[in-house]
Design a binder for this molecule. Structure first.
Ligand code: SF4
Ligand code: SF4
Length: 79
């Protein structure tokens, strides 16, 4: 695969993200489950906000579509 000068990735807004609010019963992040590339994980456990491994994020939007609180945004870098 050629090197890309442009990169699109998802970014969690930790001021908005709140797994206690989006899933009060289980604290499971819907975005984690939606990411078929497995690059967003609740590494600190359920009821904790997820981390996105941005180097491996495909910028596919799947996580954004399922986050009820709109806590995930797409970021573009490069030209
Ligand atoms: S990213 Fe969205 S779905 Fe995931 S825990 Fe945060 S608010 Fe909930
Ligand atoms: S944009 Fe796609 S690859 Fe990146 S974290 Fe979201 S679902 Fe996963």
């Amino acid at each position: 695969m050629p090197m890309q000068s442009k990169k699109t990735f998802a970014l969690v807004n930790y001021e908005i993200c709140n797994p206690i609010k989006c899933n009060p019963d289980k604290g499971i992040c819907a975005a984690v489950q939606a990411c078929s590339h497995k690059v967003i994980k609740q590494i600190d456990g359920v009821f904790e906000p997820p981390i996105i491994f941005q180097d491996m994020c495909m910028g596919c939007w799947d996580c954004i579509e399922v986050c009820q609180l709109d806590a995930i945004q797409i970021k573009h870098i490069g030209s």
